[in-house]
Write a new protein. Structure first.
Length: 386
């Protein structure tokens, strides 16, 4: 249960208290985990709750969905077992041959889904350079395009897309805009406010923040047949987020604002320290005034740029891999948005054929002491032959 109040509370307060949750029977301030696979009907043979069976959803997951919907100011949110399954539900609900427009470079898993559906003629896919509104406008087909996908900031180059402008282009063509703002979650970027129709996040990342679940979420203001169809894909595929993971997500989200603020402070300190570094050819971080999308990022995040950045290492691919290998505080691991800092050689992780600079290292900056992270990178750069 959540206790009603007439006080106007900030999103940070509502999130910290999981919408002021308490258990009606015991007063417990944390929600229970409801793991049932099936539900007994009442004596009139009517389901007691909107769930008959595990794949329909469950109370704990619905609680997490309510919290995210509140944060996004959405009418409804749907949680999935991973970001990839949430993205797949959006793709799968489209009719055969639907025209969609997606970035040429974005998170490789989602891009590969579009490419696979394209190769099988299930979808007709056009591509645009991430953040390039002219290319986006040229790629949409009025009256034909059904969906535009934008990832901002995009992986792993951190190009920023003006979501409001992209929404206008999509809407003028009669298409819906889906945004993936996993790198700047709704404590920073409220994509629905900016004009997106579906706000998608890999909740594995900042929303959960502790690298101990995978989850994906879709949030919308306007429901209707398309939203029912997306729900049906989740139901058919059985990809609703498990209640144990929903519980961990609720716990993780309580500290989202704190974690994200600290990650932003750390990332800013690291980006400033390494910008112009002798052993690097570039630092890509939207928080830096020198970043070409800085002004848009500032507007869209309120200055909360988050912890995601990339550095390009002098000396070639092996030198970059060596820097990742020689780090002792950063974990040499994929993923992002956790409390612990991660470093990865993106070309190794995204696989052959993905358009990424071979000297690029993606950093997910956590909440540790920034000086420890700077020292660690400095010693790794000094050891690597570059
Ligand atoms: N979108 C972005 C920007 C991501 O970084 C990821 C995962 O790294 C995904 C989507 C996919 O999410 P998941 O790993 O939860 O399936």
């Amino acid at each position: 249960m959540t206790k009603p109040t007439n006080q106007k509370l900030s999103p940070a307060t509502r999130l910290a208290q999981a919408l002021h949750f308490y258990d009606a029977q015991t007063g417990a301030v944390t929600p229970p985990i409801q793991p049932a696979a099936t539900y007994a009907r009442d004596t009139d043979y009517v389901p007691r709750k909107p769930y008959n069976y595990r794949r329909d959803g469950n109370q704990t997951t619905a609680q997490a969905e309510a919290i995210i919907a509140d944060l996004e100011d959405a009418t409804e949110s749907l949680l999935f077992a991973s970001g990839m399954s949430a993205a797949n539900a959006v793709i799968e609900h489209l009719p055969n041959g639907a025209h969609v427009v997606v970035p040429k470079v974005m998170y490789h898993g989602v891009l590969n889904q579009f490419k696979m559906y394209h190769a099988r003629n299930r979808l007709d896919v056009s591509y645009y350079a991430a953040g390039d509104l002219d290319e986006l406008a040229a790629a949409v087909r009025t009256g034909e395009t059904q969906l535009v996908w934008a990832e901002s900031p995009n992986n792993p180059d951190w190009e920023v897309t003006d979501i409001t402008a992209a929404a206008e282009i999509a809407h003028d063509a009669g298409a819906k805009l889906v945004t993936d703002c996993t790198g700047t979650p709704p404590c920073a970027t409220r994509a629905l406010d900016l004009g997106a129709d579906i706000s998608f996040h890999s909740a594995t990342k900042y929303l959960n923040g502790h690298s101990d679940i995978t989850a994906g979420v879709l949030s919308v203001r306007e429901t209707g047949q398309y939203w029912d169809d997306i729900w049906t894909v989740r139901n058919l595929q059985g990809t609703v987020l498990h209640s144990f993971d929903a519980w961990l997500l609720i716990r993780g989200m309580r500290t989202l604002f704190l974690r994200f603020e600290k990650a932003t402070q750390n990332a800013m300190a690291i980006a400033k320290h390494f910008e112009g570094h002798l052993k690097l050819t570039a630092v890509r971080y939207p928080g830096l005034p020198s970043h070409k999308g800085h002004a848009i990022a500032k507007r869209q995040t309120g200055g909360q740029y988050g912890g995601m950045m990339s550095i390009l290492v002098k000396g070639g691919e092996q030198a970059a891999i060596d820097v990742a290998r020689f780090c002792e505080v950063f974990y040499p691991a994929t993923s992002l948005g956790g409390v612990e800092s991660l470093i990865e050689h993106r070309k190794t992780v995204s696989g052959e054929g993905f358009p990424v600079d071979p000297t690029l290292l993606r950093l997910s900056i956590g909440i540790e002491d920034a000086d420890d992270l700077i020292r660690d990178l400095e010693q790794a750069l000094a050891r690597a032959e570059n």
